[in-house]
Design a binder for this molecule. Structure first.
Ligand code: DAH
Length: 342
């Protein structure tokens, strides 16, 4: 029994030095000193010893147990100190290190121009209307007087959602006009900015997704003069009071008469340059007097009321404003580009 105790003392002290953390250490303590531990088991056998042997072995057992307990305690302090050092190293905080700069975000150039346009129209008494981007052909085509065989209805031009061509991604913001007139009576004065979709290949001036600002005014006695005045006011405030506009005759199924509106090239001031391809003018929007058929279709009497409407190319408007020569820059989110706009 003496030898066994000595052997236990040696093995315990040996194993102790190998423990790597306090959990392992606790396992070791249980293994030797726990209720069913190796030392405890020996002590339980003391009853079988003779009267002389018992105190000797008892004293030895106590000293072995004390040795192991002391060594356990010492090792525990050692391990705890090591763990603390590790943690401190890990959590070291260099109070002299320079701070991380949080860069404030800024508005996208499109947002800047769109917000400006909204403010301008609101100041003229317009309110803002919205419509769905997944639209019924009924609203985007039929009720806008676009005939059944019109080119925009081609699958090569329009992103259809359903095989029967009843639903598609709207190719213009004009259907908002119809939706609004179906639920509101004149006087009407709205704009509706939003995304539109066409099956175009991406290049410097085309994208399958782009933006328009639709406008609609319906009341008694609205004339082409009101249209010109409104659009000139917009152009003046976005591009500067001296910026000239040009109204060119055009055709849209939902307006009569129709026109396209150009602004004098902001790059060359009208002399002709690369941006305007020598023209001196840049196309900004389509517009016209709301077609009597469109008014009648929503139950507004064209003999009593008249109106004008327009659809501004919002991306175009932004590009002209900041002299941006490639549409893709607006959508690619290159920070080197975006950081230039305050
Ligand atoms: N929707 C036309 C387009 O996408 C633009 C347009 C022209 C809108 C005339 C109108 C309008 O409201 O009256 O080309």
């Amino acid at each position: 029994m003496k030898d066994t105790l000595e052997a236990l003392r040696q093995s315990a002290l040996g194993e102790l030095t190998e423990t790597r953390d306090t959990r392992e250490l606790e396992g070791l303590r249980v293994d030797y000193l726990g209720k069913k531990g190796k030392i405890t088991t020996i002590l339980k056998q003391m009853g079988s010893l003779g009267a002389e042997e018992r105190p000797v072995i008892g004293a030895l057992a106590n000293s072995v147990r004390a040795d192991i307990e002391n060594a356990l305690e010492a090792r525990r302090s050692e391990l705890e100190a090591a763990a603390l050092t590790q943690r401190l190293l890990h959590e070291k905080l260099d109070v002299t290190a320079p701070g991380k700069k949080i860069e404030p975000g800024r508005r996208h150039p499109m947002s800047i121009v769109l917000d400006e346009a909204r403010d301008i129209f609101i100041s003229m008494g317009f309110t803002i209307a919205e419509g769905p981007e997944v639209e019924l052909s009924l609203y985007d085509f039929d009720k806008l007087n676009i005939p059944p065989n019109h080119i925009v209805r081609e699958w090569s031009d329009t992103f259809y959602i359903t095989q029967d061509e009843a639903v598609h991604l709207r190719c213009q913001t004009s259907p908002v006009q119809v939706r609004y007139m179906e639920t509101h009576r004149p006087p009407i004065r709205i704009i509706s900015p939003g995304r539109v979709y066409r099956r175009d290949e991406v290049d410097a001036s085309h994208s399958p997704m782009f933006h328009q600002i639709e406008g609609l005014v319906v009341d008694r006695g609205i004339t082409l003069g009101d249209l010109k005045g409104t659009l000139n006011a917009l152009v003046g405030r976005i591009y500067g009071a001296d910026t000239k506009t040009r109204f060119r005759p055009h055709h849209f199924p939902f307006t009569e008469p129709s026109c396209e509106v150009d602004v004098q090239c902001v790059s060359c001031g009208g002399a002709g340059c690369r941006v305007c391809k020598g023209e001196g003018w840049l196309e900004l929007l389509g517009a016209g007097m709301v077609h009597p058929k469109v008014l009648a279709g929503v139950g507004i009497d064209p003999d009593v009321y008249s109106g004008f409407a327009f659809g501004i190319g919002a991306d175009r408007m932004t590009m002209l404003r900041y002299d941006i020569d490639d549409l893709r820059l607006l959508f690619e989110n290159d920070l080197r580009f975006l950081r230039q706009f305050a």
